[in-house]
Design a protein around this ligand. Structure first.
Ligand code: BES
Ligand code: ZN
Ligand code: ZN
Length: 432
């Protein structure tokens, strides 16, 4: 058994050895996470024993929680398809009440979903997985099949999925605390492109397509978040909307030049079939209006441009929500170390989407592609030219999937957005 003591600065004569490690608490939460990472790495390389116990010898419970939670997040591996499983540490700790295991579970669910390849995780399988997770938590799920999607005239969802042999679906996850009197939920929308080949505007095979099983990371994040929130039984009302499709070239695939009528009746000239995320999110954002939301947040691996703008260090944000909401989101991000980079959202970007043929086109110019994508989405959050609800768009393309481990995230799916959403929703609901 390896023992780790989280101690105060006042403790003297601390000497690490192979079985006992001392960690001096740091008041800064990011530094505390860094200490957990450093300790974890040390122990991995020592690899003496497979079980670890963490002791709390400090007064600041919050710092202790951060340390243990970081440790648990580091102790993750996706080895479902390995014949020979590599064991993980067995971690136990003092004061279990201080540790939010539901949140850790939510993050790991999101990571697992992102890591699953398309050969397993089609839209239909995703609906089954959501159902399975709902049984283990306290949220409900309804899955609309392709026929229902057709009845609703979700032109964006249907056209993106046309090249695929697998049917699309639209998942509605609901959690409402027993005591909640709310009639205006917070709506979370997640991009569920189970695989993005680019469609007929095919991505080059060498690099850009390899990680595109992760193009449903927005969906994974909202599933992980609603799972955790429901399991924590927060006194809130949340609905998550997940349009799930595959973007493929196929005999019937939508083509550049097509004009699509969306659920809200607007027409879109498709000039690049690889700009598919916005097509499915547009219908989901329109659908959200019938829920009379107090706030809508969408999460999507929407653009390479967002990833180029801030890299793996942050989430790109924009929208029409109030300054207070954006500020609360930024603060929540800092609390959990999922940083937000708020972008300008000027009308000039909207002008780039003007089409000769239709109400708008699905791509802008080569510049600020993440913002023109956001402007495309904004169109569908409006009703008769007015915002139908306060809305924030989070582009997680840079942070959702990593080529090598970074900070508290493993290689592959990171579960980005889950801790941010949970922290934000906690802060938001205690604020109003
Ligand atoms: N899924 C991609 C965005 C993406 C890129 C996510 C890299 C994660 C990593 C999205 O559907 C896409 O292809 N976007 C295009 C839009 C362009 C055609 C306007 C892009 O960003 O290049
Ligand atoms: Zn694409
Ligand atoms: Zn995509």
């Amino acid at each position: 058994m390896i023992k780790i003591y989280i101690v105060d600065k006042s403790n003297k004569k601390l000497c690490d050895h192979d079985l006992i490690y001392y960690v001096i608490a740091d008041n800064n939460s990011r530094k505390m996470r860094e200490k957990a990472i450093k300790t974890y790495k040390k122990i991995v390389s020592a690899d003496l024993s497979k079980s670890i116990h963490i002791y709390n010898q400090i007064k600041e419970n919050n710092l202790y929680s951060i340390f243990v939670e970081t440790f648990l997040l580091l102790n993750y591996k996706f080895d479902k398809y390995k014949s020979k499983k590599q064991p993980l540490f067995k971690i136990s700790y003092q004061n279990p009440k201080l540790i939010n295991t539901s949140l850790i579970e939510g993050v790991c669910i999101a990571r697992d979903l992102v890591n699953e390849p398309l050969s397993f995780l089609t839209a239909q399988q995703l609906a089954k997985e959501i159902k399975k997770y709902s049984k283990n938590s306290f949220f409900k799920v309804e899955t609309l099949n392709e026929k229902k999607i057709r009845d609703l005239a979700m032109g964006g969802v249907l056209s993106v999925n046309k090249g695929s042999v697998n049917p699309s679906n639209f998942n509605i996850l609901t959690y409402k605390h027993a005591k909640s009197k709310s009639t205006k939920p917070i709506v979370l929308v997640g991009k569920g492109v189970m695989y993005d080949t680019g469609g007929l505007s095919l991505k080059p095979t060498a690099n850009s397509m390899d990680m595109m099983k992760s193009d449903m990371a927005g969906a994974a994040a909202v599933i992980g978040a609603i799972y955790a929130i429901a399991k924590m039984k927060l006194n809130v009302h949340i609905v998550a909307l997940i349009p799930a499709v595959e973007n493929r070239p196929g005999g019937d695939a939508y083509v550049p030049g097509d004009v699509i009528t969306m659920m809200n009746g607007s027409t879109v000239e498709v000039l690049n079939t690889d700009a598919e995320g916005r097509m499915i999110l547009a219908d989901a954002l329109h659908y959200a209006k019938r829920l009379k939301p107090s706030l809508v947040i969408d999460l999507a691996t929407l653009t390479g441009s967002a990833a180029r703008a801030v890299g793996k260090y942050g989430i790109v944000a924009m929208g029409n929500a109030s300054y207070e909401i954006i500020k609360l989101l930024e603060e929540s991000g800092l609390q959990v170390d999922e940083k937000i980079a708020v972008q300008p959202f000027w009308d000039e970007y909207r002008l780039e989407l003007e089409s000769d043929m239709a109400d708008l086109k699905n791509i802008g110019s080569a510049e600020a592609g993440h913002i023109t994508a956001g402007k495309f989405l904004e169109h569908f959050t409006k009703e008769k030219g007015q915002s139908a609800y306060p809305w924030v768009h989070l582009d997680i393309a840079g942070v959702a999937f990593l080529q090598k481990p970074y900070f508290i995230s493993p290689k592959g799916g990171t579960g980005a957005g889950v801790r941010l959403l949970c922290q934000f929703i906690k802060n938001y609901s205690s604020n109003v």
